[in-house]
Design a protein around this ligand. Structure first.
Ligand SMILES: Nc1ncnc2c1ncn2[C@@H]1O[C@H](COP(=O)(O)OP(=O)(O)OP(=O)(O)O)[C@@H](O)[C@H]1O
Length: 607
């Protein structure tokens, strides 16, 4: 029974080995043909060169023992030259091996992370509210280095098998001065390695700010806070490009030092090998002079050493591969989260003439409560509609469904009489400019913030200034001498701005207004604004929204002066829909809310 378990475990380990090995070699090949070839061939060449060196030694020893009294010095020199050549090839091969392993590993790590960023930018918003998905993305990030590790252990295992087999088949057929000289010969290479380790460390310290910028872009991709903005404004391309550019810059700096290190240590690493050849020559002459016994000992001890090292190396790398399998599966399982919102539409939405909700009901994923219950309304072009209702009544949910961040549980949403799923998601979202109540600005420069809001147009300073004027925040340009190139936080630079809540809101509004020819949706646009700014902005919005379909969401009913129609929501139901004057006359919920605020402002005014 025990035997059966052991055999099945052994078979399973072999299967795991093949699975991990083929997975990582396939991906490694995809990332870089050149480095995959360099790494695999260097690993395979290593045991061959070891054997060749031992073989030449044996030839020398055998020749010496067979030709005492009849000694051909030229032949010995040829063999010694061959030995030196093998040693040179070995040092070159080791340098290629180390260099290609480091550079390739960085490329593989970047490829894995880049894959996760790409995946997270496009994943359904619903997953970001899902704790299982959050656990998965965190652990997949942790296991992001799996490709590098799996490839490393697979290559070591193959090299070890090869080394073992060669030594095994062929096998089936000292002095303080020497030690000191060898130690001294190895010192310069060690000193050089230390120098380069220090320079690499110094470089990594110097790159910290930019490295953090890279991880900040990763956070934007993984973090829920930016998920809506990135999807609506389709900013992911800019973010992915700046990730690539920055990574390329940092990588090339590091690569330069690594290349130099390989060049210098190539020469220095050869030194101990030269010493070894000289010592070998000395041993040979000692044997010739009869001071030492004939040296098959070297050949045999060399082979024994190789056999020993290859066996232990194979055992440790095989164990790593089995462990890698679990981490590989965890990483791969992230990509099983497939989007439920399918982008199958083929129509390009050019202009929005009308928006219709037909008996729309909606329950958020992982929720049991209806956020919207059988709601219907039709909004015509150039109408200004305000959605009013208590907290949690479903106002923002209407906008999220309209932008296809979520799909209705039942019912239909139509634009120009056609179901919104018939349009491509890109063209649908391009038609909307939304100020979300939880809208974030990016911790980049002012200009980059505008570019991320409207990546399709060439960034234009005049349009940015116009948008800042509309949002009553033109003074942002005087807060810092860098003007539009000023950072809007101190996250990356001490010269960055610190914006107040209201200023943050004004900048976000300016970014929304920077997108022209779109439907405007303003969700609690004035919550942090001072009364003067609120007054200024709403005066300007009167012009901006003229003849433009605009949706407002606000609890401050005084803000709704621009609305010619009000839809009142309560607990996910539409309970009133009409002109504001009519709703006041009807004296129901809207009139009640209106009176609350009127009373409050009158009391404050009197006080
Ligand atoms: N991502 C989500 N997952 C689950 N439930 C959600 C989610 N977002 C909102 N809800 C729930 O849906 C309901 C409607 O929320 P919604 O944000 O649309 O309300 P709102 O009218 O905009 O509220 P407020 O005036 O506070 O902004 C609320 O009960 C809320 O708890």
């Amino acid at each position: 029974m025990l035997k059966k378990i052991k055999v099945s475990k052994f078979v399973k380990n072999i299967k795991d080995f093949i699975e991990v090995f083929s997975w990582c070699v396939k991906l490694s090949w995809k990332v870089s043909h050149l480095y995959t070839i360099l790494r695999v061939s260097a690993e395979l060449l290593n045991p061959l060169l070891n054997i060749a060196a031992v073989f030449v030694s044996r030839q020398i020893i055998n020749y010496i023992s067979a030709s005492i009294g009849n000694f051909n010095t030229r032949y010995i020199y040829n063999l010694l030259f061959l030995m030196a050549l093998i040693a040179l090839l070995k040092v070159i091969m080791i340098k290629v091996q180390i260099y290609s392993r480091i550079v390739h590993s960085e490329q593989l790590d970047q490829w894995m992370t880049r894959n996760m960023i790409e995946f997270s930018f496009d994943v359904d918003l619903a997953y970001l509210d899902n704790p299982n998905y959050q656990d998965k993305i965190t652990s997949a990030m942790r296991d992001g280095s799996i490709l590098v590790q799996a490839l490393g252990s697979s290559i070591s295992a193959i090299s070890a098998i090869m080394s073992f087999l060669i030594a095994f088949v062929i096998l089936s057929n000292e002095n303080i001065i020497y030690a000191l000289i060898m130690t001294m010969a190895a010192l310069p290479s060690g000193i050089a390695l230390r120098y380069y380790t220090e320079s690499l460390y110094g470089l990594s310290l110097g790159q910290i700010s930019n490295r953090r910028k890279l991880s900040y872009i990763q956070q934007i991709a993984f973090n829920r806070d930016f998920s809506q903005d990135v999807r609506l404004f389709q900013s992911s391309k800019i973010l992915k490009d700046s990730y690539d550019n920055l990574w390329g810059k940092l990588f090339s700096q590091r690569k330069k030092i690594l290349k130099n290190r390989s060049r210098i240590t190539l020469i220095l690493d050869f030194l101990p090998e030269v010493v070894l050849v000289i010592i070998s020559g000395h041993i040979i002459f000692n044997i010739v002079n009869g001071k030492l016994v004939i040296g098959d000992y070297i050949f045999l001890s060399g082979l024994l050493g190789q056999l020993w090292h290859s066996t232990s190396s194979f055992i440790s790398s095989s164990m790593e591969i089995v462990e890698n399998k679990l981490r590989m599966n965890n990483y791969k399982s992230l990509f099983k989260y497939t989007n439920k919102i399918e982008d199958n539409g083929i129509l390009e939405l050019k202009i929005v003439d009308s928006i219709t909700f037909k008996n729309v009901s909606f329950v958020y994923p992982l929720s049991e409560k209806y956020a919207l219950k059988d709601i219907s309304f039709h909004i015509k072009n150039s109408e200004h509609v305000a959605f009013v209702g208590l907290n949690g009544s479903g106002k923002s949910t209407i906008i999220k469904l309209l932008l296809r961040f979520y799909e209705p549980t039942s019912g239909e949403i139509l634009i120009n009489g056609i179901n919104i799923s018939s349009y491509t998601i890109t063209s649908l979202r391009r038609n909307f400019s939304v100020y979300f109540q939880d809208m974030n600005n990016f911790a980049f420069t002012i200009k980059e913030n505008f570019h991320l809001t409207n990546p399709d147009v060439l960034i234009n300073d005049e349009d940015i200034i116009e948008a800042l004027e509309k949002s009553d925040f033109i003074e942002i340009l005087n807060l810092n001498e860098a003007g539009l190139d000023a950072y809007i936080s101190k996250f990356f630079t001490p010269n960055g701005l610190i914006l107040s809540g209201g200023q943050t809101q004004k900048l976000a509004l300016a970014r929304v207004l920077y997108r022209k020819d779109t439907i405007l949706i303003l969700d609690e646009v004035s919550s942090n604004l001072d009364p003067r700014a609120e007054h200024e902005i709403f005066n300007k919005l009167e012009d901006i929204t003229e003849n433009r379909l605009t949706l407002f969401i606000s609890h401050r009913l005084s803000n709704l002066s621009l609305a010619d129609r009000v839809i009142v929501l309560e607990d996910g139901n539409v309970i009133e829909d009409g002109k504001p004057e009519q709703l006041l006359k009807d004296n129901k919920r809207y009139a009640e809310l209106f009176r609350y605020q009127q009373k409050k402002y009158m009391v404050e005014g009197e006080a």
